[in-house]
Ligand binder design. Sequence first.
Ligand code: SAH
Length: 227
Amino acid sequence: MTFRATVLTLYPEMFPGALGLSLAGRALERGDWTLDTVQIRDFGLGRHRAVDDTPAGGGAGMVLRADVLGAAIDHAAPADDPRPRLLMSPRGRPLTQAKVRALASGPGAVIVCGRFEGVDQRVIEGRGLEEVSIGDYILSGGEPAALVLLDAVVRLLPGVMGNEASGGEESFENGLLEHPHYTRPPEWEGRAIPEVLMSGNHARIAAWRREQAERLTGERRPDLIRK
Ligand code: SAH
């Protein structure tokens, strides 16, 4: 099954962007996944193809109109389209590796990129958009967030990572941050690789890595330990 991504945006030129290169780019060329963009402005109103308007109740900025965005969504994903409909949004549930995995095992995603102050609440409700955040900071638009989400999903698709499929050992996969890595040379600027990693003793190495992962997680992300 091919993972199908459709991105609704005012800046389709931002895609595939970084996803056209490296692992994701090669997977796209092979057809392991597909990416379409829908220009929201094509559904804009009047001679100027207006997509936004001033916020009801007053205040700064502009809001993406429900009628315009609704028409764009209906074009991109008819009611019987099985793909989840996501809205990139700082108010959304934070994206996690578990969510990324769930998306990667599904048929794809329809991803709406907000701009300005955001989108009219009625289209979120009326089209069943699930809000997803990539972190507690504000971007100028949903496009970089959509690129982040798709990058994380695409690398999990069957065949994409090839030999690098270290999947289950990655940070977050087991609720811990990953242990530190080392490679050649054995000594650099007076710093040696920890002796245990050179010992060839796989049980000791596994125990050391586990210990390091637990220490790092405790120091940096006690919230992960609590979970
Ligand atoms: N006024 C809004 C922010 C709008 S930012 C608020 O305070 O909540 C404009 C658009 O950028 C949003 O509609 C969303 O699509 C995107 N965006 C900004 N920050 C994001 C984040 N952390 N995660 C996902 N999308 C984000």
